[in-house]
Design a protein around this ligand. Structure first.
Ligand SMILES: [Zn+2]
Length: 467
């Protein structure tokens, strides 16, 4: 079976076929963070989803070129730079660094390219110039340059590829200058915003006068510069479909006359404790808030990856507790396999790999993929308990797990090292048992427990585990 993914352009699940004639290389762009604050858990759902898509493509044998931009100039950032009386770079640099830290805490593979909008001003200006040259963009009396929906449609181009839009109420030339504007209100949007006093020192020179780029044009310029004028895959949260992604398509196709992206993927949004996240409801979490509550990045990742990407997901603290115990079950099983064998075999066992791969290929059916993992954990535990898993079979199981985890990216915790004092007490207990001094043996067991360690007696000898 080959990989199938939902394509927002076609509104259906379709086989994924890259443009590369060798069917090997894939160019993938995901709209990255706007670095004006710490990313919240809703943002992280999108970025972890992008990481899953990239890993699933790599699992299927593709060579992925993963691009995620950093939006480091737009309306909200400029407002904050002004309020904080700081410079653009000093302000955004701090949140960009925090974003990279969080990305790694969630076990996301680093994108191959992370272009910053402010490093692509020349490309942005060039793209706007092409749109003006083709008669699709115009400079208004306020000095700003706008994209003309009417001219674009007049060229036979389609505005509204991702979303059905209503053009009936459209008044020709109605303009919007804000980066974020109302849903489905079709209007000419700003490509270049003429410098105003409130922008402070945030401006660049251009043939259309001093100013700064609009948000939408940044993504068109960066994605086409790094991946080419047409590329395979564009991802983002569903809230970006309109206007951001629709505008990206219009700007790119308007300038090049070529199809911009083959395959659009959108992740659904997230509720927290059943409600839309908001600071006033107390259900607004950054990753840092969750780490401070004692959860780990892998637990948050597991929970974010527990629902299908096109379903609205209800993120709860109870769910995070569940993630903790689910991961403990996997850790324990993989830990036992590592006790039986030190290395993974060359050939992974198919019992896990096959159902996992077919779940993944079916539009990233993650619930079925996790079900395959937990069925395998149950079966493997049973075989270990029955002593019917020889080292070679264990090595095959381990190899299958490693392949699967190359997609899930949760890793497995190694056993905590046993401190000398604890090992000495355990040895003392063994001696006591040998001497049939069970009272003393039990007393040592209790003492170890109070120190946070449990002893498990098994046919292969004793094992110490951290509680
Ligand atoms: Zn974007």
């Amino acid at each position: 079976m080959a990989l199938k993914l939902f394509n927002t352009l076609e509104r259906s699940v379709q086989p994924f076929t890259p443009m590369d004639p060798w069917q090997k290389r894939v160019g993938m762009y995901c709209c990255g963070p706007t670095v004006y604050d710490f990313a919240h858990i809703g943002n992280w759902r999108t970025f972890v989803f992008a990481d899953l898509v990239r890993r699933a493509l790599e699992f299927s044998g593709y060579d992925v070129n993963h691009v995620m931009n950093i939006t480091d100039v737009e309306d909200k950032i400029i407002r904050k730079v002004r309020d904080n009386k700081t410079t653009l770079r000093a302000f955004t640099g701090r949140f960009e660094a925090a974003f990279l830290e969080d990305l790694q805490a969630l076990h996301c593979r680093l994108p191959h390219h992370m272009p910053r909008a402010t490093d692509y001003i020349a490309e942005i200006i060039d793209l706007i110039g092409r749109l003006i040259h083709r008669g699709i963009a115009y400079q208004a009396a306020d000095g700003s340059v706008y994209f003309s929906i009417e001219k674009y449609r007049g060229c036979g181009c389609n505005y509204g590829q991702l979303l059905k839009l209503n053009f009936d109420g459209l008044r020709v030339g109605e303009r919007v200058s804000a980066d974020e504007y109302e849903k489905e209100s079709v209007a000419d949007f700003a490509l270049w915003k003429a410098r105003v006093a409130e922008d402070g020192e945030v401006f660049w020179g251009s043939p259309f006068g001093e100013g700064r780029p609009g948000w939408h044009i940044e993504c068109s310029a960066m994605s086409m510069k790094v991946l080419g004028e047409s590329f395979d895959l564009h991802l983002g949260g569903e809230d970006l479909k309109f206007p951001h992604h629709e505008d990206e398509i219009a700007q790119s196709e308007g300038a090049t006359g070529k199809p911009f992206v083959r395959h659009w993927l959108h992740g659904a949004h997230l509720l927290v404790e059943g409600k839309k996240m908001s600071k006033s409801l107390g259900n607004f979490f950054t990753l840092r808030d969750l780490l401070a509550k004692g959860f780990t990045g892998r637990e948050v990742r597991h929970l974010l990856l527990s629902a299908h990407y096109r379903e609205t997901f209800n993120f709860t603290l109870d769910g995070l507790q569940g993630a903790k115990s689910a991961l403990a079950r996997i850790d324990e099983c993989v830990g036992k396999l590592r006790e039986i064998t030190r290395s993974a075999a060359a050939v992974p066992e198919p019992a896990l790999l096959e159902p996992f791969a077919s779940a993944l290929e079916d539009d990233l059916n993650i619930s079925a993929a996790w079900a395959a993992v937990f069925d395998w954990v149950r079966e493997t535990n049973k075989r270990i308990a029955e002593n019917s898993l020889p080292p070679l079979a264990a090595a095959g199981a381990l190899a299958a797990w490693e392949r699967v985890d190359s997609v899930l990216g949760i890793g497995c915790k190694s056993e905590a090292p046993v401190p000398a004092e604890i090992a000495a007490l355990a040895a003392e207990r063994t001696e006591a048992k040998k001497a049939r001094d069970f009272q003393r043996a039990d007393a040592i067991r209790d003492r170890l427990k109070s120190m946070g360690w449990v002893i498990e007696d098994s046919p292969k000898g004793l094992k110490l585990k951290k509680i």
